[in-house]
Design a protein around this ligand. Structure first.
Ligand code: CA
Ligand code: CA
Length: 145
């Protein structure tokens, strides 16, 4: 079994995808999760790379958010697109990261992601309320490498 399968069971993965779907019912922001084994560079730098690899800048309001996790490196980062960072300060994600870190420390990977997604959605909805005729611009499926 690979590390990624240990990191989240199939059932837990489904819960994470569902958390994204629910969060996106309150905001036009688009949340994605990317999970890989390790990173040799700072997690936030790798998150920015992955953000572009996944073409997450392809949103109308430039409000995509990537939650990046490197399982073996035991690192994670949150990367938002320019539409978000034009409106908020760099401490915007601090509360979300803190919630996630507490769960990760306790080995609760699924809870870290589900609660992180929920919190990110709550934060986003203040700046990017849900629109009628919303389009799911970025897939809710977990991206894995
Ligand atoms: Ca959407
Ligand atoms: Ca989506």
């Amino acid at each position: 079994m690979s590390k990624i399968e240990v990191f989240l069971t199939k059932e837990e993965e489904a819960e994470v995808v569902e958390a994204i779907r629910v969060a996106e019912q309150n905001t036009s922001g688009e949340i994605r999760v990317h999970i890989e084994k390790e990173t040799s560079i700072a997690p936030i730098d790798r998150a920015v790379e992955v953000f572009h690899l996944l073409k997450m800048e392809h949103t109308k309001e430039r409000n995509g958010v990537l939650i990046y996790v490197a399982t073996q490196s035991r690192q994670f980062a949150i990367c938002g697109d320019q539409g978000i960072h034009e409106r908020v300060t760099y401490s915007f994600w601090d509360s979300t990261k803190e919630i996630m870190l507490n769960h990760f420390k306790n080995g609760k990977n699924k809870e870290a992601l589900v609660d992180g997604i929920h919190q990110a959605g709550e934060q986003l909805k203040n700046y990017f309320p849900h629109q009628e005729n919303d389009i799911d611009e970025l897939s809710n499926e977990i991206s894995k490498a």
